[in-house]
Design a binder for this molecule. Structure first.
Ligand code: GLV
Ligand code: MN
Ligand code: MN
Ligand code: MN
Length: 428
């Protein structure tokens, strides 16, 4: 082989920051919402166009591109010892309704730019480097978060779920995937599972989605753990009826049952006594949804998270108990109480943290160890690979809304740290 002393010479790490910003702007154009908002939902036409754009950039960067049965996309740069476990990086490009253009995208386009940075610097990897675009980190269409990475991590449950699940328009996952050119055969789904030892490390670059780095004037967050997310789907049913004619004592209003449960979510979360426990009711739908009809069905979806898994599970138990109590006090039926997912937290890997810390030091950037309160594909990659995450500041911590913003300089720092970290890990 050849010899490499240090990963690469620091001074030669030059990021084309303006080029990266232009790519982010272009990608944001593949959207079903008017700018500055971005809506890009799994397997829609806009998602397919965005994927095509990313594959093109991977190709221009000299990566060999392959896709799996659900559309996880891999761009590979062969190392000098390609038989070794590779080092991977990546994130997602799907965007929840009316969100911004940086969430996930920085970790995909920034990863491709990190590869370009290393190539321009003359670096030659020992372990191969891979950029991954994960399918559907966001649960928007099928209610499943981190769909692509969850499947890569080997979830048998998910394989079964994906064979039967439908979206709100009653389109099956498999039909949706086929319309985007994937999942030609449903038996392909478990072929997505990663073989053990595929990756020696996985690193994800992401905007912080919180205000800490900006508030404290720190350039880089080094993530030590990702909080434990869970989501629940709940439905109540009542008799419905005429909004004028049915008197109050004779009602069993499924809408009020949902409203009461929504308030109870807040109450149970606050009862934990910790600022780290959070809960959100982001979906509340009433049927038939007419002003003069008592709701006969309600559907609510609850997101709850904590850095402490047990405490989060207590909240879920309390929500369940309250839902049952509401059926008694309001005479409604609890037709569904489904824990869609209840994921444990994931710790980052010591060696990956080390590599990221070394990178920030060598690059003279301020950094801080922190936890991730948002979930990421890294939560699942941690099941099959040592994992680490690099956070960069974002304006006021805004995310999941159009005002999301990260400066060119912050992105450039993140890409440099990522490039350096990948280089270092590829030589280990
Ligand atoms: C991911 O987008 C999350 O909700 O944390
Ligand atoms: Mn997101
Ligand atoms: Mn994200
Ligand atoms: Mn996320």
């Amino acid at each position: 082989g050849y010899s490499i002393h240090e990963p690469t010479s620091i001074s030669s790490l030059s990021v084309d920051a303006q080029g990266l910003q232009n790519q982010i702007d272009q990608l944001s154009g593949f959207s079903d919402a008017p700018a500055p908002a971005v809506t890009r939902v799994l397997y829609t036409h806009k998602d397919v166009l965005a994927r095509r754009y990313v594959k093109k950039l991977m190709g221009i960067a000299g990566l060999s591109v392959r896709e799996d049965a659900v559309g996880n996309i891999f761009g590979r740069w062969d190392g000098s010892e390609p038989e070794l476990a590779a080092v991977a990086t990546g994130s997602h490009i799907d965007a929840i309704p009316y969100s911004g253009k940086y969430d996930g995208v920085v970790g995909v386009l920034g990863a491709i730019e990190a590869i370009n940075v290393l190539k321009r610097s003359g670096f030659k990897p020992r372990r191969s480097l891979e950029v991954i675009l994960f399918t559907s980190e966001e649960p928007t269409r099928f209610g499943i978060s981190c769909l692509g990475s969850r499947l890569l991590a080997g979830s048998e449950n998910l394989v079964n779920t994906l064979k039967t699940i439908t979206d709100s328009q009653n389109i099956s996952f498999l039909d949706a995937a086929r319309s985007a050119g994937y999942a030609k055969d449903e038996n392909d789904l478990s072929s997505v599972f990663l073989k053990k030892g595929t990756y020696s490390a996985f690193v994800e670059l992401h905007i912080e989605q919180g205000p800490i780095l900006e508030d404290e004037g720190i350039s880089i967050g080094i993530v030590t753990a990702i909080a434990a997310p869970a989501s629940l789907r709940v439905e109540f049913e009542g008799n419905g009826g005429h909004a004028g004619a049915v008197l109050m004592p004779n009602r069993n209003d499924a809408g009020l049952a949902a409203a009461e449960l929504a308030l109870a979510v807040e109450k149970h979360v606050l009862e934990s006594g910790s600022i780290d426990t959070v809960g959100t009711v982001g979906i509340l739908e009433l049927h038939p949804g007419a002003i003069n009809s008592i709701p006969s069905k309600s559907h609510i979806e609850i997101d709850t998270r904590d850095i402490d898994e047990e405490r989060r599970n207590e909240v879920i138990d309390k929500i369940h108990e309250t839902a049952i109590r509401i059926t008694k006090t309001r005479g409604v039926k609890l037709s569904e109480f489904h824990v869609v997912n209840q994921d444990p937290p994931a710790p980052s890997d010591k060696a990956v943290i080390n590599a990221m810390e070394t990178a920030t030091k060598e690059l003279n950037l301020t950094s801080k160890l922190m936890i991730s309160r948002a979930y990421h594909d890294s939560l699942f990659m941690a099941r099959v690979s040592p994992m680490g995450m690099i956070f960069i500041p974002c304006y006021k911590g805004y995310s999941h809304k159009p005002e999301e913003y990260s400066s060119i300089e912050d992105m450039s720092n993140g890409v440099k740290v990522l490039a350096f970290t990948l280089a270092k890990l590829s030589l280990q």
